[in-house]
Ligand binder design. Structure first.
Ligand SMILES: Nc1ncnc2c1ncn2[C@@H]1O[C@H](COP(=O)(O)OP(=O)(O)O)[C@@H](O)[C@H]1O
Ligand SMILES: [Mg+2]
Length: 367
């Protein structure tokens, strides 16, 4: 079901489109707005799947201005311009025009413009959960640097601390002390409207959702709310990178349930591989395997310690998509100076390895 907002100031045209929408069983009218500012408020609160905008809207903002503002306020919303044959318009997604509906078009043209029947036209970001059953594997290091490099490439990126107690992101980035966190979000539907207020702008413009500042506040967070926050971030960002806990608890499972990719961080240590094997068995039992990609990244991959990449792939029956070398000094300093190493030392081998990991993930998504 597509939730559609209609932005139209001519009552007769509004009524005509409203009737057409009521006959389309896969569309549902959210509201009719006749003017730009009110429409924008509606877009922000309702995040409709699609908007129909009259290109000839009179009033202080034109249909084209509104389209750009809708795109900025809700990148996941499909924007359809409504026009007449005398005023042809070309779709220009970079200017907020995904499709055009020419009056007096029929039901099929309207459905095509709204992309009804085509699956998943709504742009939704990709949720990548970095997990490792063993603490100290490099989840936080990889999550921060991966998010930063994806952002540097022009994607919109959210980085979320999935660790509700003793999370690391707050300390690994230059976060001012009173910065708000996930505990400041209302639960349920209200979360959507408040989310942008608690995001902190991190390195290169990565939107960071922090975990609770105090350990006792972890209890205030229910697992479904943590997963909900993650999904809402995906509505407004191309990538959501989650630094997950090293524990398959309720919260981790809630996050994995909605994830698009599970990125397992392993090292060439028996404890890492054996525990990862156990985690993968659990994923299999839960039905994640086959449903979403489960990918391996080997951290400190230059210390094979008698193991091999092929051996790990065989043992875990999963592909290795990244190999990050060891750089004690740079990695530790980067965490302490709260500056991602991909920014401070873009030419270091670790940074190049993160870049290659980002490549592999972007390409894996195209497949
Ligand atoms: N590739 C690496 N080279 C050197 N040290 C690393 C590397 N990756 C992680 N570390 C170090 O290992 C420790 C744990 O890393 P961290 O990212 O906090 O792991 P996790 O989040 O899985 O607990 C940190 O002190 C970090 O400096
Ligand atoms: Mg960590």
């Amino acid at each position: 079901m597509k939730r559609v907002l209609l932005i139209e100031d001519l009552p007769q045209v509004a009524q005509h489109l409203q009737q057409m929408l009521s006959r389309e069983k896969e569309a549902e009218l959210v509201a009719v707005e006749s003017e730009g500012d009110a429409a924008l408020v509606r877009v922000t609160t309702e995040k409709p799947d699609a908007v129909l905008i009259d290109a000839l809207l009179s009033g202080k903002s034109t249909g084209f201005d509104i389209a750009k503002r809708v795109r900025a306020a809700s990148p996941g919303t499909r924007i359809v311009m409504v026009t007449v044959p005398q005023r042809p318009i070309d779709p220009k997604p970079d200017q907020g025009i995904d499709a055009v509906f020419v009056l007096p078009g029929g039901a099929n043209e309207l459905a095509t413009a709204l992309a009804i029947g085509k699956r998943d036209v709504r742009l939704k970001g990709r949720m990548i959960v970095c997990f490792s059953p063993k603490g100290g594997s490099g989840k936080t290091t990889i999550a921060i640097n991966l998010a930063t490099i994806l952002r540097r490439r022009g994607h919109s990126v959210a980085l979320m601390d999935g660790v509700m107690q003793f999370g690391s992101l707050r300390h690994a980035l230059q976060v001012p002390p009173a910065t708000r966190s996930i505990v400041d979000l209302p639960t349920g539907q209200g979360m959507r409207t408040s989310l942008s207020e608690v995001l902190w702008e991190g390195p290169s413009g990565v939107a960071v959702l922090l975990g609770p500042p105090r350990p006792e506040e972890a209890e205030l967070m229910a697992a479904p709310d943590v997963a909900m926050a993650m999904q809402l971030l995906a509505e407004d960002h191309d990538y959501v990178i989650v630094d997950a806990p090293s524990k398959l608890g309720e919260e981790t499972l809630a996050m994995l349930d909605v994830a698009d990719v599970i990125l397992l961080v392993v090292t060439y240590m028996q404890a890492s591989i054996a525990n990862t094997r156990a985690a993968v068995d659990t994923f299999e039992a839960l039905g994640y395997k086959g449903k979403i990609p489960i990918l391996l990244v080997v951290n400190q991959a230059d210390n094979a310690a008698g193991m091999s990449k092929g051996g790990i792939e065989h043992t875990l029956n999963l592909p290795v998509v990244g190999e990050i070398p060891t750089d004690w000094k740079l990695v530790a300093e980067s965490l302490n100076k709260q500056q991602p190493f991909v920014l401070s030392s873009p030419n270091a081998a670790v940074s190049k390895a993160i870049d290659a990991l980002a490549n592999a993930l972007v390409q894996q998504q195209r497949r």
